[in-house]
Design a protein around this ligand. Structure first.
Ligand code: HPA
Ligand code: ZN
Length: 326
């Protein structure tokens, strides 16, 4: 219909997507076969049936299991290239992808294998489709500070090809304060900073991400709406929120898409964007996420979200201006 075409035509940046969360069951089977890695599923349909979650942890357990089929550089390249190709179909012009090195290094896959595969795919997507991309190295917050420092050290040879650090995995019980010193070190190394906060965790975690981690964006941020003073602060500082509607629905962060808070966020002056999070697990890529909230936002709100995605990206001012000009 009209709105779908409008969404398809909007140039967008994607700012919240975990590359391991773009592993489609078909590729999971292909990689399991290539690597002779066992998977606990009999068929693609079996995998999709297992994707029913009641909270974040439910999802994470199955997501970390799926990632085990990723073993050699080619696997990471194929994974990212498949995502980039899919994003281009949705008129994504620029994407900033999260990757979770610890999910791989803890299984004996070297950091170099992960990042070189992802970088190769990024180069290929740029030449093939003109898609630009950046990497955000995420720390798993359920692991300790020393482990995060170790990942940061192993990233040093690639510092010029990593844009930012992020913080993901199990939120409740692992507040941003746990990683204050790691993020301070990342800042000293010239890296930007983002953090998942307020997906399941309280508004205080969003405040900690701002005050202690000095983040440039908040990933999710839904529960910030519980605090009026926090909303005022996020609005007055034009802090970008990377909102993920279908993820929120699948992880029961929201009950019902009709009640999704994104219209309220935009009305409160928050710089909300629309993103896919883990599209292979949550049943939709970025345009599906735009469509999920289209009845709530209308053309104006959808266009605002797309504009916010370029403004909130880590593209420099010139590249942002080029993108906004269409
Ligand atoms: N939240 C926290 N950690 C994650 C997510 C998420 O939505 N997706 C992948 N890792
Ligand atoms: Zn996420």
């Amino acid at each position: 219909a009209g709105l779908d075409d409008f969404i398809a035509g909007l140039p967008k940046a994607e700012l919240h997507v975990h590359i391991e969360g773009t592993l489609e069951p078909e590729l999971m089977f292909e990689l399991a076969r290539r690597n002779r890695a066992p998977i606990p599923f009999a068929s693609v349909a079996d995998v999709r049936n297992a994707y029913s979650f009641t909270n974040l942890q439910d999802f994470l357990d199955i997501y970390y299991q799926g990632a085990q089929v990723l073993q050699v550089e080619e696997d990471f390249r194929d994974l990212a290239l498949a995502y980039f190709a899919r994003a281009v179909q949705d008129n994504v012009r620029h994407t900033e992808i999260f990757f979770d090195p610890q999910t791989h290094t803890d299984r004996g896959v070297p950091f170099r294998v992960v990042i070189e595969g992802l970088l190769a795919a990024g180069k290929e997507a740029k030449t093939r489709w003109g898609l630009s991309s950046k990497l955000i190295l995420c720390f798993l917050r359920h692991l300790d500070e020393a482990a995060a420092f170790a990942v940061l050290s192993s990233a040093e040879p690639w510092l010029d090809r990593i844009e930012a650090v992020g913080l993901d995995s199990s939120e409740v019980g692992h507040p941003p304060s746990k990683f204050e010193r790691v993020f301070a070190r990342a800042a000293d190394m010239g890296l930007r900073r983002v953090a998942h906060a307020g997906e399941e965790g309280p508004p205080e975690y969003v405040e900690e991400a701002l005050d202690l981690l000095r983040v440039d964006r908040i990933d999710h941020g839904n529960r910030a709406l519980e605090s009026e003073t926090l909303v005022a602060r996020l609005a007055s500082t034009a802090m970008t929120l990377t909102v993920c509607p279908l993820s929120n629905l699948k992880l029961c962060v929201v009950k019902d898409l009709a009640k999704h808070p994104i219209p309220r966020m935009l009305r409160s002056g928050l710089c909300a964007t629309i993103n896919s999070d883990d599209p292979a697990y949550f049943g939709g890529y970025i345009n599906d996420n735009y469509r999920a909230v289209a009845p709530l936002l209308g053309r104006e709100g959808l266009a605002t979200a797309a504009r916010n995605s370029f403004v909130g990206s880590f593209l420099d001012a010139d590249a942002t201006a080029v993108q906004l000009a269409g």
